[in-house]
Structures are given as structure tokens and as C-alpha cells.
Write a protein that binds this ligand. Structure first.
Ligand SMILES: *Cc1c(COP(=O)(O)O)cnc(C)c1O
Length: 370
């Protein structure tokens, strides 16, 4: 069986160092938002190329607090995409603001900047592009639109640690960038974690206040805050893993390049060619008979995923936003056609070849049947 991702394979490469770092924390008595978290924040800001990084308890917390720090609240609209994990839209709703969706570009599967500009109203406060699957959204265009309209840009970089264009990394294009360290992400904790990065110290300061009860010093609460701090154990784990992340992302790109070579000419659509701007958190392909391909791979012992089978605007829990089927044809088409193939840094060439061969057997069988 070829797994969709293999966290144990990664643990075998870093486990000893993690266990030593975690043991230090356990013995230290310094458990919440401690010295390891502070050290990780410095390392992660440097790695992202930003002045500041603020660690929080999850990617969802990062989005929620970034929006609050940017002043988003009731009556505001935040423009984002429906082809994302629900956390993107949920975080907007947590602030009391309204998510306004725009469709994705059919080639990059990220926010369409033309649709974005058309959706701006007098209530629009912020733009929240998602670097879906690890590919940077069109940040040059999105930031240009934001500047023309005086809007804040908050990047959902939860899948895109290290995606890079023109020497700048995900999270550093807009005003504030949000990361998740959920275990399966390109940089994963041994539990939950997240961070915001920014070059604007006043935004970092707001997130620091909000994550820790609005305290400027102990028992001095200057605003309503939350308990959304990072555990020191997670800071220790992330600090061990961060120096290896460039190498892991390079491996993901190599797997994607091999898929491209092996699936060349097959009856399916691959992600648009990418360079450093893609870190392949997910490697999706698109086919008309997605469910058929999925079942065929399953039978061949290949696990797959779907990111995502139902866009946020069609989720029952988000029906009150008032969108229906047909509102975002590109996102809806992608939800029907996309299938995510196994990809992880430790994946062997033999595993990639096995997956690609199984995909080709299906697409060639479908063609012969037609
Ligand atoms: C994982 C993810 C989140 C949420 O991060 P958590 O750490 O799970 O809270 C938000 N947005 C996107 C696009 C994600 O993939």
C-alpha cells in the first residue's frame, strides 16, 4: 500500500533530535509560549524573510488573529476563494465580518485577480488569497488591486511554507501571512500550531496581545483577548524541523517533476508548470471520471485524497452566506475533477513510478473503452 502521506517516515529521520528537544522542555517546567517558542519565532521570521513572526495555537488562530489585528470586524467584507479548507472562511466569520467569495483561475487554481477587483465594494476591508496546494496565488496582481483600493492583504499560507517568487516567500507579499503547523503540513508540529508573519510591527504587536488574553503585562488586560498560545513542546519540535524544510520542499518538487515526466501525454490535467512558487503540499491531477480514478488507485493499493470535494460556498454550515450551485463554476468543476496523489518528502522514486503507472493504466483503459 502506498500511503497518501507518511508521517512516520519523516519521524524516523528527525525523531531522535525531537525527543531530545522535547525532553528538555518536559524537564524545564517551561510549558506554554516559552523559550523554545520565542526561539522558533526568530528562526521562522528569518526563514520567511519577514521582520516578525508570532506563534499561535493553530493556523485557524493565525487567520482569526491576523484579521482582528488588521481591524476586520462586523460590517466588513473580506474577499476570499471558495476552493479552500473551511478555516479560511470560518476565521472571517469569527470576527463578525462577511466572507465574499470570488472564483479561482482555472489554470493556477488560486484567486482570479480580475474577479477580485469586480467584487470590491465600499464595505471591503481585506483580501484573503489562499496559496492552494502550496502554489502562490498571483500576489503581484492581488497586491496591486489592494493598493489601488486601500485594502489589507492577508495571505493564507497554511499550505505554502517556503513557496517563493522573486526572492520573496509566502507570507511576505501582503501585510500579514498566516501559517499552519498541523502535522500533515509541509512544516508540521507533533500536535497543533500556527504562526503569523509580517513586516508591520504594529500588527505583530496586536497578535501578541490577542493570543494571550490582551495582556500587556501580567494581569493587565488592555483589550479582549483569547487563549491561543503555542505550547513550548511544539516550539521545540518546530525548531528541530525548520532547518530541514528547504530540503523537504526540494524533495516534494522532485516528486512533482517525476510525476510530470511519467504522466506526460496521459489523459488528465496536471497542475500548471511551476517553479519555486510551488511547494507541493498537495499534488492534484484533474480528470473527468475522478471517482473512477480514485477507486482504481485504491484497488491498486494507492491512497489518494480530495482537496476539496465541496467548495465552502456549498457547505451546509455556510448556507446562510446565500450562495448556491453555479455561483463559482471553476471552483465547482475543480471539486468534481481534482484527485490528490500521494506526495511527501520521503516518497521513493519506486513509489512515484508505481502511482504513475496505476494512473496511466486507468486513463488508458478509459480511452480504450471510449
Ligand atoms: C490547514 C489549513 C488551515 C487551518 O490550519 P489549522 O492549523 O488546521 O487550524 C487554514 N487554511 C488552509 C488553506 C489550510 O490548509
Amino acid at each position: 500500500m502506498i500511503p497518501f502521506l507518511d508521517l512516520q517516515a519523516q519521524y524516523r529521520t528527525v525523531g531522535e533530535d525531537i525527543e531530545a528537544a522535547v525532553t528538555d522542555v518536559l524537564r524545564s517546567g517551561d510549558y506554554v509560549q516559552g523559550a523554545r517558542v520565542a526561539a522558533f519565532e526568530r528562526d521562522f521570521a528569518a526563514w520567511c524573510g519577514t521582520q516578525e513572526a508570532v506563534a499561535v495555537s493553530s493556523g485557524t488562530a493565525a487567520l482569526h488573529l491576523a484579521l482582528l489585528a488588521a481591524g476586520v470586524g462586523p460590517g466588513d467584507e473580506v474577499i476570499t476563494v471558495p476552493m479552500t479548507f473551511v478555516a479560511t472562511a470560518a476565521a472571517i466569520l469569527y470576527t463578525g465580518a462577511t466572507p465574499v467569495f470570488v472564483d479561482i483561475d482555472p489554470s493556477t487554481w488560486t484567486m482570479d485577480p480580475v474577479e477580485l477587483e469586480a467584487a470590491i465594494t465600499s464595505r471591503t476591508k481585506a483580501i484573503l488569497p489562499v496559496h492552494l496546494h502550496g502554489r502562490l496565488a498571483d500576489m503581484a496582481e492581488i497586491v496591486a488591486v489592494a493598493r489601488r483600493h486601500g485594502l489589507v492583504v492577508i495571505e493564507d499560507a497554511a499550505q505554502a511554507h517556503g513557496a517563493e517568487r522573486g526572492g520573496r516567500r509566502a507570507g511576505a507579499f501582503g501585510d500579514i501571512g498566516c501559517f499552519s503547523f498541523y502535522p500533515g503540513k509541509n512544516l508540521g508540529a507533533c500536535g497543533e500550531g500556527g504562526a503569523v508573519v509580517t513586516d508591520r510591527p504594529e500588527l505583530a504587536e496586536q497578535v501578541r496581545l490577542l493570543r494571550d488574553w490582551g495582556q500587556i503585562r501580567r494581569y493587565e488586560h488592555v483589550k479582549l483577548g483569547f487563549n491561543l498560545r503555542m505550547d513550548n513542546v511544539q516550539g521545540a519540535v518546530l525548531r528541530v524541523k525548520l532547518p530541514r524544510l528547504d530540503g523537504w520542499n526540494a524533495r516534494r518538487r522532485a516528486v512533482a517533476a517525476l510525476y510530470r515526466e511519467l504522466l506526460d501525454g496521459a489523459a488528465l490535467r496536471l497542475p500548471a508548470p511551476a517553479g519555486e512558487d510551488h511547494v507541493f503540499h498537495v499534488h492534484a491531477v484533474r480528470v473527468d471520471d475522478r471517482d473512477g480514478l480514485r477507486a482504481s488507485l485504491e484497488a491498486a493499493g494507492v491512497a489518494t485524497g480530495i482537496h476539496y470535494p465541496k467548495p465552502v460556498h456549498l457547505q451546509t454550515g455556510y448556507a446562510s452566506l446565500g450562495y448556491g450551485p453555479g455561483a463559482f463554476p471553476e471552483a465547482e468543476r475543480m471539486a468534481r475533477e481534482a484527485l490528490s496523489l500521494p506526495i511527501f518528502p520521503e516518497m521513493t522514486e519506486a513509489q512515484v513510478r508505481t502511482v504513475a503507472a496505476a494512473v496511466r493504466r486507468f486513463t488508458e483503459g478509459a480511452r480504450d473503452a471510449a
